[in-house]
Design a protein around this ligand. Structure first.
Ligand code: FE
Length: 129
């Protein structure tokens, strides 16, 4: 898909709900939760590279989980008190799409768990030689 096509691409109703309305997909519903293929995870809205497979791990939560973003500034954060206590919301630093939340119960080396909705991401498999 060319960059231009990407920009014109319409996002699904589920992706709109999650990325624009701070929604959450049901646990274990997303197509990327179990994905173990090598490749990049990009923003479904703007195509910005957010995570890659090297930091993905199985948290058992039912959502794709990463211990770090692709680069420190690939994502940005805000405080979310929506369900009565503070959670750190994670969004795309380029287009502000809501992605999920980050918790401090992840594995080393960071101890962080980026708990990300599948529908907020597009997966781009690594090219095979
Ligand atoms: Fe984005």
């Amino acid at each position: 898909m060319s960059k231009q096509d990407k920009e014109k691409k319409q996002i699904s109703a589920e992706a709109y709900y999650v990325t624009q309305q701070h929604g959450t997909e049901p646990a274990f519903s997303g197509n990327l939760n179990d994905n173990k293929e090598p490749g990049e995870y990009v923003c479904v809205c703007c195509g910005s590279k957010l995570f890659d497979h090297t930091a993905k791990y199985d948290s058992g939560s039912g959502w794709p989980s990463f211990y770090k973003p692709f680069e420190k500034n690939s994502v940005a954060y805000s405080d979310d008190y929506e369900i009565g206590y503070l959670r750190k919301e994670v969004h795309c630093s380029k287009c502000s799409a809501h992605l999920g939340h980050v918790f401090d119960d992840g594995p080393q080396p960071t101890g962080l768990r980026y708990c990300i909705n599948s529908v907020a991401l597009d997966f781009i498999p690594e090219e095979k030689e």
